[in-house]
Design a protein around this ligand. Structure first.
Ligand SMILES: Cc1ncc(COP(=O)(O)O)c(C=O)c1O
Length: 381
């Protein structure tokens, strides 16, 4: 059997990794500033994470959601404490798309309505409603296009109000900082008015923290920079440090009923062990503060690089916008400098999504390598 060929691949095969270093099958070490697409939160193969997963799999790795699993409530309690959402409820699933799919479904159940408002350049995943709320016609099949979604530009609150006034909107879904789209974000005035309008018109406010959550931006959730409290928050990527796990964090006024949502694998013992150990490391190693501090250090250094037009994002969810397309630059960084970075829908943006454990030394190495590629090899200049 052949693989279904949907991914254009770089010619690198990682076989080993620790902290921010990835080692390929030839023994070459790479500095990982991409975190496997913002997934690695506490560093590759963190010893506490490895031990917790090993211990758990030796006891029990999985049983169905038809029986008690106290690891799930332990995880919900810890997540509530660290995020400041102790009164909220947690539904566990397996990925970011699944978290958003369940969030949208929940909003529709709750309001009895079905139209969704999403934003230009948004990315929310590849399943039915999640992909319909993703602003990319190429990844929406005719089946997905049956969903009712209205896309609006960010920061145009009057347009949001006009849509809400039509009375058929169940949810608005928004990334606090756009990931795949290219690090654009709404202003605090936009987010606070959006929250007010959601209350006024009975629309569920879903904040997609799949990429920006779990401390990546220097706060547990990126929306906390704006002082809003969403009805639903979705989480995934950094939550399991590579173990597939996602979650829907739900306000108390949205009540559960049996059968409303469900999953076979979501919240299994191994996923909970992974997610709990991630939170433990985030707390004991002060990784949220480190994300803020190292992110600020990165920005101060990157501002002086040639060809950089703008630096977008917060903490360790960053984008360097150049005045040229960055695909060649990324290739040079991988093959010549052995550094992983990310791209975006905005072709001129280089994305930086490292582990939250990263320090100044690694940032200096990266800046030096990037400077070299930009000036010595004159990529894009
Ligand atoms: C903001 C956001 N939401 C949802 C998703 C989808 O997550 P997954 O690939 O785990 O389904 C992504 C993935 O990049 C994302 O960045």
């Amino acid at each position: 059997m052949k693989l279904f060929d949907v991914y254009p691949l770089y010619d690198v095969e990682p076989v080993n990794a620790y902290d921010s270093i990835v080692i390929d099958k030839n023994g070459t070490e790479y500095l990982d500033l991409y975190g496997g697409h913002a997934v690695i939160s506490i560093g590759h193969s963190h010893p506490h994470y490895v031990k917790k997963l090993k211990d758990q799999v030796e006891k029990i790795g999985f049983y169905s959601n038809a029986v008690q699993n106290s690891l799930q409530s332990k995880l919900a309690e810890k997540l509530g404490k660290l995020s400041g959402y102790e009164e909220y409820q947690l539904f566990l699933c397996n990925s970011g798309a699944e978290a958003n799919e369940n969030a949208l479904k929940l909003a529709s159940f709750y309001t009895g309505k079905s139209r969704v408002v999403a934003f230009d350049n948004a990315f929310h995943g590849r399943t039915s409603a999640a992909v319909a709320a993703t602003d990319n016609a190429k990844i929406n099949a005719p089946l997905n296009k049956q969903q009712k979604v209205t896309f609006l530009p960010l920061n145009e609150i009057e347009l949001v109000k006009t849509e809400f006034e039509k009375g058929d909107v169940c949810a608005v879904i928004i990334e606090p900082i756009q990931g795949v789209g290219g690090l654009d974000e709404g202003s605090t005035a936009f987010f606070t008015t959006l929250e007010i309008l959601c209350h006024e018109f009975g629309v569920v406010l879903i904040v997609d923290e799949v990429q920006s959550g779990y401390g990546r931006t220097g706060k547990f959730f990126a929306h906390q920079y704006h002082g809003i409290t969403p009805d639903i928050i979705t989480i995934a990527k950094g939550m399991g440090n590579g173990f597939p796990v996602g979650g829907v964090v739900i306000a108390p006024h949205i009540e559960a009923s049996y059968g409303m949502l469900g999953t076979t694998f979501g919240g299994n013992h191994l996923a909970c062990a992974a997610a709990l150990s991630v939170l433990e490391v985030i707390e004991t190693e002060n990784l949220i503060d480190n994300a803020k501090m190292t992110g600020d250090y990165f920005i101060s250094k990157a501002m002086r690089l040639p060809g950089v037009k703008q630096i977008k994002g917060k903490g360790l969810m960053l984008g360097l916008e150049f005045d040229f397309e960055v695909s060649e630059l990324r290739k040079k960084l991988i093959y010549d400098k052995h550094i992983f970075t990310g791209g975006a829908m905005n072709k001129k943006l280089l994305r930086i999504l490292p582990s939250l454990t990263i320090g100044k030394r690694e940032i200096d190495l990266f800046i030096e390598a990037l400077q070299d590629v930009l000036v010595v090899e004159k990529v894009g200049l």
